[in-house]
Design a protein around this ligand. Structure first.
Ligand code: ZN
Length: 442
């Protein structure tokens, strides 16, 4: 039989139609085994693909490959995955758009047959090809085929039970195409990151955050001055970016510190975005979040000054507490805390304490009564938080010194403790503890 097949292959001489007939006959009737498929069929098809110059023949060869895959079925096709897929992927990025269209169709069929095995082994190379296609202008027909393939990949990934994404490989491809000025390419990338987003990607946040912000500022290079499609696509991508940036920010806010990345790098990226109308609000949100989440790291960054200049209440609160915990310059500390009032709830208590240190009884009463408008539960949490922040900022002082302050306490403070929750002495007792925190830390 083998001799007969060899003879037949010689006579067909690479004619794809005849090879197809042969494949159909041989595989359909199980005349050849899996081992023979490679030598007898795949190789001639592959050779033919690589040697054919007229694009028509190459398309036919691709068609032959896809036909073979469909005839082999999943198990056998997977055995030849390494022979089949690279040929299709190389056609996908060919200069001939007809061949690219054909490769899209062949790849859809291949993915349909190989499913999870294809996605596991070839998702990133396939994504790389798609990114590469989007780097160049596309005609409508190719665009339709690429969209179909794109949607199909997403559908299969959605359907399969388990997909172990090569996060690093994906992100590398993703980042290297972020500066593509084509609005369609931007939307393509944004849809994928939205679709595949996982917490593991937070490790690479500094790498793609910059690209995202830039994408929403720099308009794409419009092919024509009044190209409404491009304008619509650009606005669409800008909307997607805003939603993604907000989603990433929420993830960082809610996740524990296990996803530590370079805080300084992120802060330097977001502070650069303050001068643009489109990114200013989001940049301020990122800065607030970073201060709340990583106060120590942020205080160490030179960009902290930019946060203060941008009048971020969280930054002024932190700076106010930092100065107050030095035991000097209480007025300066209060100036900062005033800027945080009504934004950072702890600032009311902090100001009330500073007025005690400054001996301004009327103001102490005023800010204390402001503090007591909240339920006691809230007041207690506020003190716990302020206490924790004070200790934290104090640890960053290069030369901490003890704070010895003398101030008049209300009479009832003698017999009350902080836990007594007495409105007459609570803030005074907090202030006393605030001072003792630093006198004992030396
Ligand atoms: Zn009391």
């Amino acid at each position: 039989m083998k001799d007969e097949i060899d003879a037949f292959l010689e006579t067909v001489n690479g004619d794809p139609r005849r090879i197809r007939t042969l494949i159909k006959f041989l595989v359909g009737f199980k005349i050849i085994t899996d081992n023979e498929v490679d030598r007898l069929l795949l190789k001639p098809l592959d050779d033919q693909y690589n040697q054919s110059s007229p694009s028509r023949n190459r398309e036919e060869s691709l068609w032959g490959l896809s036909y073979l895959i469909s005839q082999l079925g999943k198990e056998a096709a997977i055995l030849y995955m390494e022979d089949i897929v690279p040929t299709i992927l190389s056609a996908l990025v060919d200069v001939n758009s007809d061949l690219q269209c054909n490769a899209c169709q062949t790849l859809v069929l291949t993915v349909e047959v190989m499913r999870d095995d294809f996605i596991g082994a070839y998702f990133v190379p396939a994504f790389k090809c798609l990114c590469s296609i989007y780097e160049h202008p596309m005609d409508d027909v190719l665009q339709e085929h690429v969209c179909e393939l794109d949607e199909f990949l997403k559908r299969i990934i959605f359907e399969i039970d388990h997909f172990r994404l090569d996060v690093e490989g994906f992100i590398q491809q993703f980042i290297s195409h972020l500066n593509n000025p084509c609005p369609r390419a931007r939307n393509f990338l944004l849809k994928w990151i939205n679709f595949l987003w996982c917490d593991e990607m937070l490790h690479f946040l500094p790498e793609f955050l910059d690209g995202f912000f830039n994408m929403s500022i720099v308009p794409p290079l419009f092919p024509a001055e009044h190209d409404t499609t491009s304008t619509i696509l650009f606005e669409e991508s800008r909307y997607r970016i805003q939603r993604l940036l907000s989603r990433f920010r929420q993830t960082v806010t809610t996740k524990t510190n296990q996803y530590i990345f370079d805080v300084g790098k992120i802060l330097s990226i977001v502070t650069r975005q303050l001068n643009h109308n489109y990114t200013r609000v989001e940049a301020l949100n990122w800065m607030s979040m970073m201060i709340n989440k990583y106060p120590c790291e942020v205080l160490r960054c030179p960009e902290f000054k930019i946060c203060l200049d941008a009048s971020l209440p969280e930054a002024h609160y932190l700076e106010g507490v930092r100065i107050a915990s030095r035991g000097t310059d209480f007025k300066d500390a209060r100036t900062h805390l005033y800027k945080a009032l009504n934004h950072v709830k702890e600032s009311t208590l902090a100001i009330a304490m500073l007025t005690i240190f400054l001996g301004e009884k009327e103001l102490t009463d005023f800010f204390s009564s402001m503090l007591y408008t909240q339920p006691w539960e809230e007041v207690v949490t506020t003190w716990d938080s302020l206490r924790a922040t004070s200790i934290l900022v104090r640890t960053l002082e290069p030369n901490p010194h003890s704070t010895t302050l003398v101030f008049e306490m209300p009479g009832c403070a003698q017999m009350h403790k902080i836990e007594s929750k007495c409105k007459d002495c609570y803030v005074y007792l907090c202030s006393k503890e605030f001072c003792s925190l630093f006198s004992s830390s030396v």
